[in-house]
Design a protein around this ligand. Structure first.
Ligand SMILES: Nc1ncnc2c1ncn2[C@@H]1O[C@H](COP(=O)(O)OP(=O)(O)OP(=O)(O)O)[C@@H](O)[C@H]1O
Ligand SMILES: [Mg+2]
Length: 270
């Protein structure tokens, strides 16, 4: 159940811009192409009439040619010829973009038992940023501080979703001149080796009174319709499934840092 919600959560968040954007321009390009096709067919049938074996009289032919020239001018036929190629090129780009997003999404949401494997967390973070690229505002800088990590036995799909959720929260907290830092390092604590992953931002921060509730399901400070309040609850579940810990430091007006601590284990199961 929790995982089903996770899928819906991630799809709802991403579908907004990542997929709706290319779908938007694909639709409007296709509408324009349908219009251009109609004009081309009108022009073609007029041309066929002119060159028909039941040739019209010379007089009729001149009138048809004049009509054809007028029609070409009215619909701007030269422009249509050039524009069609670029509209089709954009459609292909849009379709490819959707295909790539869906492929990335599938690799995040197809988390089953077999999804537990040795994972390169640094690469997973990079993939997460790539996936959320359109959501990351132009004025936001991503700063990387990735250090060498051993591969960790983990659910790549679920961990990716958790990173994405934290990244989205960071993006949403930023007003202007945003800075999001993603950092990783390894630490040895007694006999236990731990991977530490931090996602921090210089956004609006979290009020002290809200901090105790942020991991509660459906707790959100976003305006109605903007947030489900499920993101951090899901992150918490994912971290628990990995026998890990999540910590948060936040200062109102200055920013927030979420820290995930994942212990290295030989094998882990949900
Ligand atoms: N990086 C952050 N900066 C500031 N506030 C945050 C940050 N991350 C979480 N919060 C606060 O915690 C609340 C709960 O976050 P959570 O991700 O669970 O839900 P949401 O972001 O509101 O909704 P959704 O995840 O569906 O978009 C947010 O509404 C916000 O108040
Ligand atoms: Mg969220």
């Amino acid at each position: 159940m929790a995982f089903f919600c996770l899928k819906l959560y991630i799809l709802a968040n991403l579908s907004n811009h990542e997929i709706n954007n290319p779908v938007g321009f694909l639709t409007s390009n296709l509408e324009m192409l349908a219009d251009y096709r109609k004009h081309c067919i009108e022009i073609l049938s007029l041309q066929e009439e002119i060159t028909s074996p039941h040739r019209p009289s010379e007089q009729e032919r001149i009138i048809l040619i004049q009509r054809l020239e007028r029609m070409k001018k009215e619909v701007d036929f030269d422009y249509i010829q050039k524009e069609t190629a670029s509209l089709l090129e954009d459609c292909l780009l849009g379709a490819n973009r959707i295909r790539n997003i869906v492929t990335d999404l599938m690799s995040f949401t197809h988390a089953k038992d077999i999804d537990w494997q040795l994972v390169d967390v640094n690469k997973l973070l990079q993939k997460t940023v790539k996936l959320a690229f359109n959501e990351i505002k132009f004025q936001t800088t991503i700063q990387w501080d990735l250090n060498e990590l051993d591969l960790i036995y983990s659910s790549e799909g679920r961990l990716g979703q958790a990173f994405l959720s934290l990244l989205m929260n960071a993006v949403h907290s930023i007003r202007q001149d945003g800075l999001i830092t993603l950092s990783t390092r390894m630490k040895q604590e007694d006999d236990q080796k731990i991977a530490i992953i931090e996602i921090s931002d210089n956004g609006h921060g979290i009020a002290e009174k809200d901090l105790p509730f942020i991991f509660e399901p459906f707790y959100t400070t976003k305006e109605k319709g903007k947030g489900t309040g499920l993101g951090l609850h899901m992150v918490d579940n994912v971290v628990n499934n990995h026998s890990g810990k999540i910590e948060v430091n936040s200062t109102l007006g200055e920013g927030t840092c979420f820290r995930i601590l994942l212990p290295y284990k030989d094998k882990q199961r949900i």
